[in-house]
Design a protein around this ligand. Sequence first.
Ligand code: NAP
Length: 281
Amino acid sequence: MTALLLDGKYVAQLTEANLTERVAALKAKTGNRTPVLATILVGDDPASATYVRMKANACRRIGMESMAIELPASTKTNALLSQIEQLNANPDVHGILLQHPVPSHIDERAAFDMIALEKDVDGVTCLGFGRMSMGESAYGCATPQGIMRLLEHYELSLSGLHAVVVGRSPILGKPMSMMMLQANATVTICHSRTRDLESHIRQADLVVGAVGRPEFIRADWIKDGAIVVDAGYHPGGVGDIELTPLIDRVKAYTPVPGGVGPMTINTLIMQTVQSGEKAFA
Ligand code: NAP
């Protein structure tokens, strides 16, 4: 069996071409205004700084503006909350990204939940999560929404499939599971206390690796013909799933890199453009 490669890099590029046109149309309509994504980086973690820079670059590529807010690692929760309140009240800002993780002394959940629903383009608020889970409108959490968009692009229907999501973090595993449930999959959510993980994965028609450990999910746990989605990315270019032995016996898989990663940033900028379009309507 030749597996279908779920090419996130390609789908992201395709979407960027469309977003570039939409931003240009907004500029023409508003006298040169564009949607604006405000990014907040707290502290000086180099990986987080890189992610924020990549997000600003993606905005630039589609002709959209971003506003970089950098706060010292010593920032207290209250100061961060007031910064977010200011951005909520700023009519020139259409989306707010708080880069995860923030330093451990900050109440990250409180900070995420301070983001106004209509500017929650990264899909991190409890309100947005609840609405999405109930099938109401809300911007999806960027990584799992990017995965759903990738599966949709390749016309892979989830209806009736048994999806096994390994990981239950607020920004990935949990929203992923709810999105797949909304798409009529039967969903099993596994985590660090799951007993006999292998037996769950053996039943999966679709596996999502969202564990954060290199090649933790072994290829021989995954059945022939399954769909394999790997959100992980680790040094050496491997993900959370042992991928190489699977390539000639699964139905479809996301490469690492070039699968889920590009779709995350792409979803963030797409949702910011959507928010701008609503604001300028
Ligand atoms: P996280 O917050 O560390 O969550 C990891 C999850 O894995 C937790 O729910 C944890 O369970 C579970 N887990 C840990 N050990 C396990 C075990 N032995 N068996 C089963 N489950 C286990 O990580 P995350 O932020 O969700 O990220 C997960 C992966 O996705 C990472 O590789 C990360 O780099 C990647 N990621 C990629 C993108 C992207 O844009 N491509 C974005 C975000 C994350 P407990 O809840 O019980 O602790």
